[in-house]
Design a protein around this ligand. Structure first.
Ligand code: HEM
Ligand SMILES: *[C@@H]1O[C@H](CO)[C@@H](O)[C@H](O)[C@H]1NC(C)=O
Ligand SMILES: *[C@@H]1O[C@H](CO)[C@@H](O)[C@H](O)[C@H]1NC(C)=O
Ligand SMILES: *[C@@H]1O[C@H](CO)[C@@H](O)[C@H](O)[C@H]1NC(C)=O
Length: 421
């Protein structure tokens, strides 16, 4: 046993050394950088030329119409490479420059040659190529091939914006953009396409948990909380479930903000998905506070709070905005496949709940005034006037100019305890 395993160990070491020797003989020199949004770039400065670079660039392509990186610190001083699908399942890589914040235009002094294994691969733009006339551009700009912090930029455009073989194709303005640096000190040497800048970064855990918490909230918790109130009159359980939903949303938004900042996904939090999410969060906060205040006032005074209607405005508004924002979130992530299923599930759930609520109301209208548990009345405060039209004619129910149309026996006896179930 001992000699054998020694022999195999020796063999392993020998082959490893052999592999490393051949690998270092063949591997192109490389300077690389990866960003947490999935961008990876590697640059090779070949030692057999003075104007050529080899490049390996990749960026997730889902929901992204065009991707670009540039050598330089801003649009106006950079040599940009704009990448978009061509008309035959490949890529067009267009070297471009601009003098300001306007669409960069093709620079015909620069030639980019796409090499094999490029294309849209596994949900990413993959660009492997050689670029001739790339080390200086626009008269006065150049790459510093020895710099420890060569400035670079990147950008990506909205989904489906361009598919063309034309190097001059029009592109829509970026939906995201950013700057980064690359340490060029290892870039010079053996020529060739450098290996890519690290593994693809998928969706981060933070974003996944962000989405799962939001979906649980808007698909399950909030509809359940509503159903518990309207179908079972369980006010305290309603309050508990909606408060839990608020905690989920708070955690979800927190993770969304952290991920946006850390991964440069619209880090100024000004994309519609982010803004609508924050508005829904504020509405939900108000709904929880107003519900609690209204309930506390009711317990003290045994009278419905006259502003309880505000709870019934902010609550449903938060649900509506948040649910719509789930759709915008899928689009924001470039992950549009689940949208139809999401809409179907949400519509089925709400149609079922609202149908049951309507049925229940009909039934209760036939019996006399069973909806007037004190808490239910408190929550319905403000509905009475609209409703009086529906059943004002029914025997035993007298519409009054103000206040609920159903007699409120329990509630009008000051001593009666609230009838919570
Ligand atoms: C239709 C094409 C484009 C238009 C109209 C455009 C327009 C603009 C505008 C108006 C700004 C400043 C506003 C802001 O900061 O949000 C900007 C900034 C920026 N753009 Fe573009 N852009 C285009 C393409 C590109 C491309 C291809 C890149 C390639 C990487 C890029 C990278 C950047 C970066 C990094 C910034 C921030 C740094 C800077 O101000 O230069 N843009 N762009
Ligand atoms: C330098 O070497 C690389 C790899 O062998 C080759 O592809 C490239 O064409 C060469 N460049 C020049 C300018 O000779
Ligand atoms: C589009 O890309 C494919 C794959 O790289 C390539 O074979 C094809 O020639 C390109 N089409 C045009 C018109 O350049
Ligand atoms: C695409 O992804 C699959 C699964 O992760 C992997 O097995 C495959 O090798 C990838 N293909 C390429 C070309 O990277």
């Amino acid at each position: 046993m001992v000699p054998r395993s020694f022999a195999s160990l020796a063999l392993t070491i020998l082959s490893l050394v052999g592999f490393l020797a051949t690998a270092s003989a063949q591997n192109p020199a490389s300077a690389s950088q990866t960003l947490s949004n999935g961008l990876g770039i590697a640059i090779n400065v070949p030692d057999n030329s003075t104007d050529t670079l080899f490049l390996n660039f990749r960026l997730p392509s889902r929901g992204v119409g065009w991707a670009a990186f540039g050598i330089g610190s801003g649009m106006s001083d950079s040599l940009m490479f704009v990448v978009y699908p061509n008309t035959t399942n490949g890529l067009t890589v267009s070297p471009r420059t601009t003098t300001g914040h306007s669409m960069p235009e093709h620079d015909s002094d620069v030639t980019f040659i796409l090499l094999p294994e490029s294309g849209i691969v596994n949900g990413s733009f993959v660009v492997r190529g050689m670029c001739v006339g790339c080390r200086t551009w626009g008269g006065s700009n150049s790459i510093d091939t020895t710099s420890g912090n060569q400035p670079m930029i990147w950008a990506m455009g909205p989904a489906g914006s361009v598919e063309s073989d034309d190097l001059n194709a029009n592109i829509n303005i970026h939906q995201q953009k950013g700057v980064f640096e690359i340490d060029m000190r290892t870039a010079s040497g053996t020529p060739g396409v450098p290996s890519g800048g690290g593994p693809f970064a998928g969706k981060s855990t933070a974003i996944k948990v962000h989405a799962i918490l939001a979906l649980i909230t808007f698909v399950i918790l909030l509809p359940a909380g509503y159903a518990l109130l309207r179908l079972l009159d369980k006010v305290l359980i309603h309050a508990g479930v909606q408060t839990l939903a608020f905690i989920f949303v708070t955690a979800s938004i927190g993770l969304g903000i952290i991920a946006s900042k850390n991964q440069g996904i619209s880090p100024n939090i000004n994309a519609p998905h982010q803004v609508i999410g924050l508005i829904a969060f504020v509405f939900m906060f108000l709904a929880v506070i107003l519900g609690a205040v209204g309930h506390a006032i009711y317990r003290r005074t045994q009278q419905p709070w006259k502003f309880m209607i505000s709870h019934r405005i902010f609550g449903p508004a938060a649900m509506g905005l948040g649910t719509a924002n789930c759709i915008s979130g899928f689009r924001f992530a470039g992950y549009t496949r689940p949208i139809i299923g999401f809409i179907v599930v949400v519509v089925v759930i709400w149609v079922a709940i609202l149908a049951l609520v309507l049925l229940k109301r009909r039934k209760q209208m036939r019996k006399t005034g069973p909806m007037n548990t004190p808490a239910a009345m408190n929550f319905r405060e403000g509905q009475a006037q609209q409703q009086s039209g529906w059943y004002g004619q029914q025997p035993g129910v007298t519409p009054q100019g103000h206040g609920p149309a159903i007699p409120l026996q329990n509630y009008q006896q000051p001593g009666a305890p609230p009838m919570y179930k």
